[in-house]
Ligand binder design. Structure first.
Ligand SMILES: [Zn+2]
Length: 157
């Protein structure tokens, strides 16, 4: 019974087809999000990443943002409008494209939730870092497709 519910929910959120774009992270950009995910355990961390857009999105910079979600941050994250504005400014100052948002899933696979889908905006890549007991486990990236579902995109780091 529980299994069926999980699968149904996933089918609403995750597309069967993968996204044609690809993410390539510099080791610096990757280390910032991996460490943030581990340090914030058992809570969800979040932040922005920047780089050059294209068929291959080259990520060169990551900024950590405070999780502004009130209440239980073990299963939720929220980024304030002010932090969105700061991120856009940062991109302009650095001459980079704002490419997306990362967050962590503590003791949970890197598959987006219904809540993640509701928060998602087009063109952003959504990196999810799965952390088990404060240690990095795996990472996946997702992007909204034309059907409004998350399609997985390849990520190299
Ligand atoms: Zn999530």
């Amino acid at each position: 019974m529980a299994d069926i519910t999980v699968k149904d929910t996933q089918a609403q959120v995750v597309a069967k087809e993968t996204y044609p774009s690809k993410l390539e992270l510099s080791s610096e950009a990757w280390e910032v999000m991996r460490k943030d995910a581990e340090n914030r355990f058992p809570f969800e961390c979040c932040g922005f990443f920047y780089g050059k857009d294209g068929e291959v999105r080259k990520v060169s910079l990551t900024t950590v943002v405070e999780n502004s979600k009130e209440g239980d941050q073990r299963r939720r994250f929220e980024i304030s409008p002010l932090d969105y504005m700061r991120a856009e400014k940062k991109a302009a100052v650095e001459g980079l494209d704002l490419l997306g948002i990362y967050h962590s899933h503590p003791n949970h696979p890197a598959i987006p939730s219904v809540y993640d889908l509701k928060q998602a905006v087009p063109h952003f890549s959504y990196i999810i870092v799965s952390v088990k007991e404060a240690a990095f486990d795996h990472v996946r990236s997702w992007r909204l497709n034309d059907d409004g579902k998350f399609a997985e995109e390849q990520i190299n780091y």
